[in-house]
Write a protein that binds this ligand. Structure first.
Ligand code: ACO
Length: 337
């Protein structure tokens, strides 16, 4: 799916993020599995990640991020009529995290649902919220991307446990007078889905004592295949979108790729021709937070002053499904129309 925005201008008018307090370092991981700080840094760029407490679930990460975003947008939570939470680690399959979140915020008139698109979830959710606002169905949307992957990781599997972390980000979407979203490109390749999966617990393989014994409730990943996929789609999705929107890569001021691995990001930036100073990287501090990755990176870019009004921001996510998604946005100053 690809589309260039025309007509109604819609933008991000508030941004918030939250990561659990607990920092897990590579050195600690080296005490748990057969790995080393040096291997992890060299192959992934990750130095540490945040890990939720046993009693912390997705709603607990989403709530502070959402409150911060609403505060920044200077809007009453009750005025939000759409809440989408992109996550593969909801508190429970149902009730949904989004419904629990809307209730906790006091967004009592909001439609609320969770969205599953792996690490691309945030990009899919933002595109959906854009469509709801542009189509006149929603007046104001709250989109959260986040995951508590530490709860579905096999902490004895060194091929996966060193890569992931927990975190969430939230954005408020509103109509604006100028600037805002320029276009979206989203895609999926189910044939490649096998390379990144959580096989147990669904309707194909319901939970039994045997599925637990066989460790089917943990993330399974073919690292090299996912690496190849990621390096390919980060480039192709961004190029397709830029062409559709009639923009060149030189016009992009801030590049926010999914934070999975510094080598993947470096490869994509090099192929696309984005200079280092325009690339946002925080995977070294958070690891791969799945749907939380892009909004957490946006929050970092905002904190260091890169998201100035008028800046053209390119975001691209990719992940389980396999899925990918890009968006171009002309950053606005946060004032809704
Ligand atoms: N510590 C030490 N050695 C390790 C570790 C580790 N943590 N993990 C794997 N190795 C070993 C392997 O066992 C292998 O050893 P062998 O040759 O004796 O069998 C060796 O390192 C090389 O393994 P590769 O998998 O080929 O290593 P590679 O350099 O490709 O790096 C990595 C692996 C980092 C996982 C890489 O493939 C990668 O980043 N893949 C993409 C992962 C990713 O981004 N996934 C998320 C996508 S987004 C989402 O939706 C979740």
């Amino acid at each position: 799916m690809i589309g260039r925005v025309d007509g109604t201008r819609i933008s991000i008018t508030g941004l918030g993020s939250y990561a659990p307090e607990r920092v897990l370092t590579n050195h600690e991981l080296a005490q748990m599995v057969d790995t080393s700080h040096e291997w992890i840094v060299e192959r992934t760029g990750i130095r540490e990640r945040r890990i939720a407490r046993p009693d912390e679930a997705m709603t607990d990460l989403a709530l502070p991020a959402a409150r911060q975003a609403l505060e920044q947008a200077q809007v009453d939570p009750a005025s939000v009529d759409l809440v989408i939470v992109a996550t593969v680690t909801p508190d429970t399959m149902f009730p949904t995290t989004s419904a629990l979140l809307a209730d906790a915020l006091g967004a009592s008139d909001a439609a609320a649902y969770d969205l599953l698109a792996g690490c691309t979830g945030f990009m899919y959710a933002v595109a959906q919220a854009y469509g709801m606002l542009a189509g006149g169905l929603s007046r104001r949307a709250l989109v959260v991307g986040g995951d508590v992957l530490s709860k579905i990781i096999n902490w004895r599997d060194r091929r996966t446990c060193v890569l992931f972390g927990d975190g969430a980000g939230a954005v408020v979407l509103d109509r604006v007078d100028g600037g805002g979203f320029v276009g979206f490109e989203l895609g999926a390749d189910g044939a490649g889905g096998i390379h990144l999966s959580l096989p147990g617990g669904g309707s194909r393989t319901p939970t039994t004592a045997e599925t637990i014994e066989q460790e089917k409730h943990f993330v399974q990943m073919n690292g090299p295949e996912v690496f190849r996929f990621a390096t390919r789609v980060l480039v192709s999705s961004a190029e397709k979108l830029l062409a559709e929107c009639g923009r060149s890569i030189d016009e992009v001021d801030v590049y926010v790729p999914h934070q999975a691995n510094v080598r993947i990001i470096d490869h994509a930036a090099r192929k696309l021709g984005v200079p280092e100073e325009k690339v946002v990287i925080n995977v070294d501090r958070y690891g791969n937070t799945s749907s939380g990755s892009i909004p957490l990176a946006l929050a970092d870019a905002a904190a260091d002053g890169r998201l100035r009004p008028g800046a053209l921001v390119l975001m691209t996510g990719m992940g389980a499904g396999l899925t990918w998604g890009s968006s171009l946005i002309e950053w606005t100053d946060g004032v809704a129309a």
